[in-house]
Structure formats: structure tokens, C-alpha cells
Design a protein around this ligand. Sequence first.
Ligand code: 5GP
Ligand code: MG
Length: 475
Amino acid sequence: MTEKCGVVGISLADRDAARPLYYSLYALQHRGQESAGIVTHDGFQQHSHVEMGLVGDAFSEDDIAGLSGATGIGHVRYPTAGSVDASCAQPFSVSFKSGSLGLSHNGNLVNADEIREELAGQGHAFTSDGDTEVIAHDLARNLLEEDLVRAVKRTMGRIHGSYSLTITHDDTVLGVRDPQGNRPLCIGELEDGYILASESAAVDTLDGELVRDVKPGELVVLHEDGSGFDTYQLVEQEHTAHCFFEHVYFARPDSVIDGKRVYEVRRDLGRKLWAESGIDSDVVMPVPDSGRAFASGYAEAANEDDEAVEFAEGLMKNRYVGRTFIMPTQDERERAVRLKLNPIKSTIEGKTVTIIDDSIVRGTTSTQLVKLLKDVGAEAVHVRIGAPPIVAPCYMGIDMASREELIASDKSVDGIADEIDADSLAYLSTEAVADVLETPQSDLCLGCVTGEYPYDIDGEATDREVGRPSVPADD
Ligand code: 5GP
Ligand code: MG
């Protein structure tokens, strides 16, 4: 049920929210391509349209026209290996005695099964095996007994894991970020209302202003008339667990996450990579698109060190090929890399080349690229990676493959260099990542590179005192 997704919520003064929601989902498309959906509320009734596929294919003009109401939420869902399942598409919507709820979730709970069992025992019927539905039912139950803020607080006291949520409760739009702030969520101001979104790029797309990030453990309630918002710090946690991989790979470079522009972070990581493991070569070349900002920082730092290295875009990307990840077999993944990237022979032939990518997961991309570059006449191929080795799976919402598939889970860096046939290979240190993010390691989620998680996960080690979030006594 591991899901990395994009969420959004909008509340406007006096016009339908569907079209701005639709545009903002376009801006978040990179966060999920499996399904897209919007739920709106017109003051009387909830409307929903959720479909498999890309944003551009999921909505017709009629669909958007049917989504009336000045408030609503949206969702894009990431394809997870083997679970192409319409029942998990979002926003999830439910009607109950005291109104209607819509819910969009980015992240992953680690105790969803426990809560599901308990709720099922109390007569709640579940239509999917997703953890989002668990949150919706828990909240719906609490809303029968308590006001909105207390109901959300009670649910936050029960769920453990990562969650950035946008919620509609009738025509009220809410945003919630988990107490460790694992996934991003920000607040933006629009000309005639407010927006909550996974990434600030969605705010930019609507010509809005980024107000700030939602704080870990905070609830944001947008005013129904689009005039502002109220906030409630519902859960305090000593340490955050921001996902560093959002900055390394997942987020758009033009987004600002937890106060940092992702593009600048990637360039600074590239500069660190040069400082830690720079190697003399004729050409520095990004693996497009994810390696680009890293490579430009790396080449810039190299040139400042008088290395006079050429920066070249020697790998052309076919932008119509989907992500290699969703190919089911290794053979298809290898074919996909070849379809996706083609080297420009003249920039490579007879030269020593350093290729820069953000990460190595299974090792498919780098193995193929080293071979390709050597085939077109590279004299040597060095590989530099802007993140530490990924040694363990992600349980918090990034679908990275299982432990056995991760090339670094059972190999040393030298072993991997051999396997991918690189003349040299180096990764960035976790210290460098923490340094660039100006965040201590104890406030980051580094589970995939350390194998120790900031959550209490069955069968895995943890790097901190966790347990359930401590919910302050009701005031
Ligand atoms: P590999 O080919 O080693 O399995 O994967 C490495 C490539 O996948 C890198 O170019 C990196 O940008 C990309 N990548 C890293 N993490 C993810 C992810 O979670 N999903 C997808 N689709 N690609 C990823
Ligand atoms: Mg890539």
C-alpha cells in the first residue's frame, strides 16, 4: 500500500474550484500517474470524479463542469508495483450521518491494519484495502461525537506513519501534516482564496503566493468563503522525519519544500559530491532529467577548482517514454532505458566521461548507460550519485522496490562499481545530505539509506524513540 502521491485542496470566494484544482493536479502530475480525482462541495452536496490515468485523460470538459462548488480537493496517485486498482484511486469520499467527507492522502500508515480491524469490528464496511479509507472511517466516527478540530486530533492520536492529507468536510477544506512532517504540504494564497498543496509548484501554476509549509502535527482549516485560514497545532513531536528523497528525486526542482528550493538543494548536493569524490574527466554529463541540477552544481564546483571540465548534455531523453520503474520485468526495464536515453556520440567519443544521477535503485539505468557510453567510444566512464546508497526499502510512501532488488542492499560500493562496469563509482554521504538540508540527521527520514527508520515498523530497526505520537490532553 505504499503510495507516493500528490494532494491539493482549494477554497475560493465565489467561483468553482474544479478548474484550479485540475490545473494544480497537472502541476503535481510527477507525483502520481496512475489515477487522478477531484471532489468538490457546493454547499449542499458533494461531487466526485475519479478516474484511472493521467490528469489530462481523466477529466473531460463535462466532468469539470459537473464538479460544482467553490471548495474541493484533488489527488494524483502513483503507480505501485502490481496494484493497479481503481478501488484505491482517490480522493476517497464517504457520506455519513453528519455530512460528507472527501479525503486525499500522500504517505503511508504503518498501523492501518490494526485500526481497520477495530473499525470493522464496530460495523464499518471497507471497500478497499487502502489506508486512506481507514483514516476516512476513523474521522467519520469521531465526527459523530466531537467537533471537527477535536475529531481530527483524535484521529491523529491513533494513526502512526506518514500522512499529508487534504480533506473536505462538507464545504470546509482542511489540511493535515503528520507529526513528523514526512511528506510535504504547503499553504498558498490565491487572488480569491487559499490552496493547500503537496508542492509549491501547484501554487505557482495558479499565480498564487506561497504562504508557508504546513507544520508537522498542524491542522489548517480554510475558511469556506476563501478569506483566510485557521491553524491548530494538534500534536507536538520532538523530532521531525522529513523525507530527504523528496529533495533528491521526487519533488519538482521549482518547488520550495520546508523552506528550501529543491533546485538549489540539488545543485548544492552536486557541489558536495564534487568536494567529496570529484574525479578528473573531460566531460561531466547529467542523466536526464533527474541528474541535471546535481551535474550542474558538480561541474560548477569542479571549474571553481580549476578543473576546466566541460558540461555537456550528451544523453538525449525521449520524453514520451514513461518511467522505467513501472516495467514489470527486468528485461523490459533494460529495453526501456535504451528507448528512453540515447547518447550523442560526438560529445562522448574518445573522452573520459563522468555521468551524474540522483540515485541508483536497482542499478538498471547506470548499468545500461555505462555500457552505452563505452559502446559509442567513451574512454572511461565514472559514475557519481547525488544520494547515499539505497540499502533498504521505503515504507513511507516512495515505491522503491523490495530489499532484494536494491543493488546496494548486499553489495559494497566497489562491488556495485564492478557490477555496473564503471571505472569509478562514488555516492554522496548522509552527512552531506543533512548539511545541505541544514537539518540534523535526527530530524530526517533516512530509512532507505541507513536501514533504520524513524517509525515503529514490524521487522525493521528504528533510529529513535518512537511509539505513537503523544497527543496533548484535551483543552
Ligand atoms: P535504477 O535504474 O537504478 O533502478 O533506478 C535509478 C533511476 O531511477 C535514477 O535515474 C532515478 O532518477 C530514478 N528513480 C529513483 N527513485 C525513483 C522512484 O521512486 N521512482 C522512479 N520512477 N524512478 C526513480
Ligand atoms: Mg533518473
